[in-house]
Design a protein around this ligand. Sequence first.
Ligand code: ADE
Length: 238
Amino acid sequence: MHIDIITVVPGLLEGPFAHSILKRAEDKGLASIRVINLRDYSTSKQKQVDDYAFGGGAGMVMSIEPIARCIEALQKERTYDEIIYMTPDGARFDQPMANALSLNQNLLILCGHYKGVDERVRERFITKEISIGDYVLSGGELAAAVVADALIRLIPGVLNDETSALTDSFQDGLLAPPVYTRPAEYDGMKVPEVLLSGHEAKINEWRFEASVRRTHERRPDLLRDNQPGKSDAESYKK
Ligand code: ADE
């Protein structure tokens, strides 16, 4: 998978992509991410990429011309499966959307800033608009990093344990069960006996039930749309 990200603040994306799983995916040759500075496509001396809003009002609007020049230049190099605009009025990002997007080869993500982009950018170039939640960030960069992380960790081979992305919270519409590691007892707090039993079927059953209980307590809205069956217990092999 290749992801190009267009931004006016490239520095904001350096940290997330230089570390963690994204770096590992790049090192393994499974994913590549390129950060593109929109100001490189400005023709003004001050490298301006925004302007006052027609009709007045506070806040600047990102202009169509530098964005169009940038996207058209990138499109000469590759065909994008989706051109995504990060915006609080986009479709809410969730695990099914991450799963679907992770199947793509080439993605282009445009990060909004200021009051957003000229509406004509959205009409002309954007194929998908994504919000990571009902709150407003000061730009789309952190949201783009969230989306890139959620997609890249799903690519087979990126995670050390190949199956672990399948048992994440939300993958089957349930929250993940509690997990424990050594010591088996800490200051009187014991790990549930069944997890020490070595009995795989019982462990899966316990994890499934713990998962349903946790989802019921914390996110009952997930259970309303989803009726997990007993067979889902099979997916709790960690
Ligand atoms: N840009 C600003 N806020 C955002 C959000 N919640 N999701 C995606 N992009 C954004």
